[in-house]
Design a protein around this ligand. Sequence first.
Ligand SMILES: Cc1cc2nc3c(=O)[nH]c(=O)nc-3n(C[C@H](O)[C@H](O)[C@H](O)COP(=O)(O)OP(=O)(O)OC[C@H]3O[C@@H](n4cnc5c(N)ncnc54)[C@H](O)[C@@H]3O)c2cc1C
Ligand code: SF4
Length: 512
Amino acid sequence: MPQPSLRLVLGDQCSASLSALEDLDPARDVVLMMEVRGECTYVPHHPQKIALILSAMRHFARALRARGVRVDHVALDDPANTHSFSGEVARAVARHKPARIVATEPGEWRVRQEMEGWEAAHGLPVEIRDDTRFLADLGFFRRWAQGKKQLRMEFFYREMRRATGFLMQGDKPEGGEWNYDAENRKPLPKGLVPPTPPRFAPDEITHEVMALVTREFPAHFGRLEGFNWPVTAAEAKRALASFITDRLPRFGDYQDALAEGEATLFHSLISTSLNIGLLLPGEVCAAAEEAYRQGRVPLNAAEGFIRQILGWREYVRGLYWFKMPGYGATNALDARRPLPGFYWTGQSGMRCMDAAIGQTRDLAYAHHIQRLMVTGNFALLAGIDPLQVQEWYLAVYADAFEWVELPNTHGMALHADGGIMASKPYAASGAYINRMGNHCGRCRYDVKRATGEGACPFNFLYWDFIARHAEDFAGNPRMAMPLNTFRKMAPEKIAAMRAEAAKFLNATSSLP
Ligand SMILES: Cc1cc2nc3c(=O)[nH]c(=O)nc-3n(C[C@H](O)[C@H](O)[C@H](O)COP(=O)(O)OP(=O)(O)OC[C@H]3O[C@@H](n4cnc5c(N)ncnc54)[C@H](O)[C@@H]3O)c2cc1C
Ligand code: SF4
């Protein structure tokens, strides 16, 4: 019997087209899938995220076996499980005596480093293949980024439009513009009720996994009941189809809206499926473009949505691998405060924050504006340590994988990378949150006040942030407006807001 190749499929690699499975010989090779505790606990991942990954893995293993593939699946509760990738690869090497190990590059720098040690550890060739499930390979990004001081997503996105042909008319962008964002900033009007996303009732495998997760990780933040994520490629396709029909037509208009009691609005909820490989970005963009070409969705919606995938998603992945390992240690604004306890309890008293954190606990989901302009904005204004913020985002969202989460946190939300990703910090006062949503009307704070009894914390924290960093941003033309306003303010007003900020921030460290 010829020696097998040991082919690895990690939890976020549940794709039939995975590069590690190319040229697989079912008669000879073994696919290794490992459920290890170390990966569930290096940050305390949300129970829904762990259940999603384990269930998707088990469904994927079943599908491979149905194709006649030999799958060696190490279960989380296997008593012999060493609970680390390296430990399980060592055991599998002893079991199967493979001629080589074939893997697809993982989504995290740390795991890639671990994989690179296996060749020496086992005296076997270890082939780490490119992850071909993205639309841009890492070389494409590197060539684009090399030598540039600023790496603006918008320009990368145009290159991607040209390279893939999505929403192009020859060499011109569809409709004449590359970007229709100016049309995409509407709050949700009264009376418009977003459609309910489809249900994916847990099957036997998911129920089993949910019981396991409840047993094994009782202390992790987040509710498992109500789990509603697609766990197979077929379910993910159904989720995409329902989004394209029901929500994409208005996705653009209300992409930036915040609304009380509306957790998902017109968003797609497909990030989990994309990130674990149940959907591929090309099929998602193609589906959105087709709906536009058939006249079922307007251009601002199709373009706005395709930009998120073809632009932002590909861009942050390129940026992550281009800038790691240093990117995770960036802290350009010297933010040092510990993460307040209310990020875990949802009891800050700030209605917008508690709504975002509460739904994160319940759904392992918050939409982009909640992540960026509510919880992210608060962390930016309050000067919270990027490492702690980053670990929080990595833990609490079902779609969080380091390659996508880290640049969004360090680069987009916290400006910790000093402006590589964003030309100015996404800092906003309560006025922005009030304009885009309806939380303020029901908040115990007054969004119109910046000092005194009941003043909205986003207001005094915003001006305290501007005061702290006025010099850092002095040369940034995009910060000229707030800096001018700041310079015209009466010194007593600034002093009062800064005192308010100091009092508030000191109190947050003693909150639960
Ligand atoms: C601080 C912070 C942390 C984030 N962490 C993650 C994360 O861990 N995982 C993750 O997938 N996204 C992350 N995002 C990006 C974005 O918020 C989510 O992709 C989105 O909310 C997922 O919900 P959706 O599928 O309904 O997205 P939609 O709003 O429907 O967007 C469609 C798709 O576009 C992609 N997309 C949109 N924005 C981005 C972006 N900024 N970066 C990369 N892809 C994007 C996603 O794949 C998403 O599914 C983060 C954003 C911020 C500000
Ligand atoms: S008043 Fe301030 S804290 Fe309250 S919901 Fe509005 S922005 Fe948030």
